[in-house]
Design a protein. Structure first.
Length: 208
């Protein structure tokens, strides 16, 4: 089964890699929790934002208010813990990773934004995700490996996903959209095997 649409890469990884029981840390409105539930998984969402939790609960997700750095669950409570776009928002990066390790039995699925490589911040030209004021850090493969090892993990794999479209930022100076799209397709065809054309890192951290 190939998943398409918004969040398709992460949803595919849930299908391929997660166990039967899942804790979705920072679940927000429950986008990935709902997908996992509909795929037959047992899911609990946790978040500090009460309004987001309320919306997830209305959608039928089991939720609980909690801090990613101090999860309100016993050791090894879930097969899989999801940390999708979480650790870049917290000062307690290592504590969050170690808490996920504590409550997971099988693995942890994690995504983080990759460091900006095509930016001209002085001209306002950069990828949309790098305008997020709540991001405290961005990652390279090496910096993510360092954080995982510091957290006590030894078995993990890292890959890139979520392509970027840097040329589309030049729409603001009047280049026709059609020409931008053509140039973007050419660049992607030539460079899709290189890490520079992706804006996100994904890691599976294996515990069993």
């Amino acid at each position: 089964m190939k998943v398409k649409g918004s969040g398709g890469f992460k949803k595919q990884k849930i299908l391929e890699l997660s166990g039967q029981s899942i804790l979705d840390v920072g679940c927000s409105f429950g986008k990935f929790s709902l997908f996992a539930r509909d795929a037959g998984k047992e899911v609990v969402g946790v978040d500090k934002n009460i309004e987001s939790l309320y919306e997830a609960h209305k959608a039928g997700i089991s939720v609980i208010a909690g801090d990613a750095a101090a999860l309100p669950f016993p050791n090894k409570s879930f097969d899989t813990v999801l940390l999708f776009d979480i650790i870049e928002h917290t000062k307690e990066e290592i504590a969050v990773l170690q808490e996920a390790k504590r409550v997971a039995r099988k693995n942890i699925l994690l995504s983080v934004p990759k460091s900006d490589e095509y930016s001209r911040h002085d001209a306002g030209v950069t990828y949309h995700s790098y305008f997020d004021p709540t991001h405290l850090r961005y990652y390279t493969q090496e910096s993510l490996k360092k954080a995982l090892k510091k957290s006590g993990f030894e078995r993990f794999s890292i890959e890139y996903f979520s392509r970027v479209r840097p040329l589309l930022f030049y729409r603001r100076i009047g280049i026709p959209v059609f020409l931008l799209k053509v140039a973007d397709i050419i660049l992607w065809t030539v460079g899709k095997k290189t890490e520079h054309f992706y804006q996100t890192l994904f890691a599976e951290i294996r515990l069993d």
